[in-house]
Design a protein around this ligand. Structure first.
Ligand code: NDP
Length: 433
């Protein structure tokens, strides 16, 4: 904490992981001796840079760019870019740290990294978004490469932004390579990448539910957010027979007791880039409430927080449980506060932590890298089947690791341990680097 002052989210993420690793290090003094913990918490490289760009009024704007290349023990750095005004080094470090374990859990050869900017894409024109993306990559390109560091999207970075960054990278380097994932389908993107995080979350949770004789079929579900992860989690949960009754954005939430009409949400958010508030003018029977935290007061059996970090606190967790919620699956990264996680564990709620449950996005990103290397594309069905298989394996590996180290039923500890062990073995074998 002394070495990283003021980085609250980073401290929170570290604390959670380090607590679950205590019994591992007791059993494995060799890892302690190799200094794995001391090394794994320190990013291999942190890049901070200026991103100047000119707005539509001709005024110079300056944002700050970040890329934290956290750990490359098991593969090239891999992790998304976030464009949001709340971004600072502590957010990128928490996300990068979590990414190490998540990527390891996928079973694919990818190291951990994360990046982004405090740029706010809201209200910007197409031209401004493009100029910003070009300026961002004009500095970052020198640290990237298909075998070195391969970013993807995250909050505020979707297919459009990835396209602009890829175009600029290609122009500067004169290389056509899979340096970013989440690309458009006409230039190396993978079928199924857009859907991957949301679908993967539901596959993971379906497997966890199956273990106790439950399923999405017939369940009432609340999904926070209305971005990439939320939309495809809603779609897959609905396909499996659930009714999703609420979604949110950063202003408020909608409640539609007959089930959310996802086509309307997609039209509003993906096409028109409008606010969720407009949903009720198309579906007058639905309700809109200002403020997104209230979404957790809606009774449901399964909650899927898919917006942002610390969006679900202890109080909200208590309300969810009181209203009969028996499963929580995190599509977002660290959406539940430590107090909320305690509530879930105390009440034996089926709790799928983000680093395991939302690993489907990066897993399909790694499949995109494979397809780019082969210069070959798999069908949607092939990618989807691989994704499902990966998510089912992550659930079982986390569950098994929890049992083995005395955390029976605790998927947070299990995911941390299973993810850690592979990276730790690789770091030990590679010597003190
Ligand atoms: P998007 O930008 O597509 O959507 C984010 C959604 O969350 C939007 O509805 C947004 O509302 C809402 N939101 C963002 N910030 C806040 C905030 N501070 N308070 C309340 N609501 C907020 O991002 P993604 O769907 O890609 O990402 C969502 C989460 O999933 C993030 O935690 C991300 O790290 C995680 N994740 C994403 C992956 C991916 O493949 N995309 C992979 C793994 C994890 P508004 O529309 O008003 O901005």
């Amino acid at each position: 904490i002394k070495r990283n002052p003021g980085e609250a989210e980073f401290h929170q993420a570290l604390r959670e992981v380090l607590e679950s690793l205590e019994p591992v290090l007791e059993k494995r003094p060799d890892l302690k001796e190799a200094g794995i913990l001391e090394r794994i918490v320190e990013p291999e490289r942190q890049i901070l840079f200026r991103v100047p760009w000119v707005d539509d009024q001709g005024k110079v704007q300056v944002n700050r760019g970040f890329r934290v290349e956290y750990n490359s023990a098991i593969g090239p750095y891999k992790g998304g870019l976030r464009f949001h005004p709340s971004v600072y080094l502590g957010i990128i470090k928490f996300l990068g740290f979590e990414q190490i374990f998540k990527n390891s859990l996928t079973g694919l050869p990818i190291g951990g990294g994360k990046g982004g900017s405090d740029f706010d894409p809201k209200g910007k024109s197409e031209g401004e978004i493009m100029r910003f993306c070009q300026s961002f990559i004009t500095e970052l390109y020198r640290y990237l490469g298909a075998d070195t560091d391969v970013p993807a999207g995250d909050i505020g970075v979707g297919g459009r932004e990835v396209g602009y960054m890829f175009g600029q990278y290609k122009r500067i380097t004169n290389r056509y390579e899979g340096v970013l994932t989440g690309k458009g389908l006409t230039f190396g993107g993978s079928l199924g990448r857009t859907e991957a995080t949301g679908y993967g979350l539901v596959y993971f949770m379906e497997e966890a539910l199956k273990a106790v004789g439950k399923s999405f079929s017939g369940a009432t579900v609340v999904v926070s957010g209305s971005g990439n992860v939320a939309i495809y989690a809603t779609q897959k949960a609905t396909q499996l027979g659930a009714k999703v009754v609420a979604m949110s954005d950063s202003n408020g939430y909608i409640y539609d007791k007959d089930g959310i009409n996802l086509d309307t949400v997609r039209q509003l958010k993906e096409v028109e880039r409008k606010r969720l508030k407009d949903y009720v003018s198309i579906h007058p029977a639905a309700e809109y409430h200002e403020g997104c935290a209230g979404i957790w007061t809606i009774p449901c059996s399964i909650a899927l927080p898919c917006a942002t970090q610390n969006e679900l606190d202890g109080e909200a967790a208590e309300v969810l449980v009181k209203n009969g919620c028996y499963a929580v699956g995190e599509g977002a990264n660290m959406p539940s506060t430590p107090e909320a996680v305690d509530v879930f564990l105390q009440h034996k709620i089926i709790y799928g932590p983000g680093k395991a449950a939302n690993a489907g996005g990066v897993a399909v990103s790694a499949l995109e890298m494979s397809q780019n290397s082969m210069r070959y594309s798999w069908t949607f069905e092939e990618v989807d089947a691989k994704l499902k298989n990966i998510m089912v394996n992550i659930y079982h590996n986390a569950s098994k690791a929890a049992q083995e180290f005395g955390f029976e039923g605790n998927l947070v500890a299990g995911a941390n341990i299973a993810g850690f062990l592979k990276v730790a073995e690789a770091m030990k074998a590679q010597g003190t680097v």
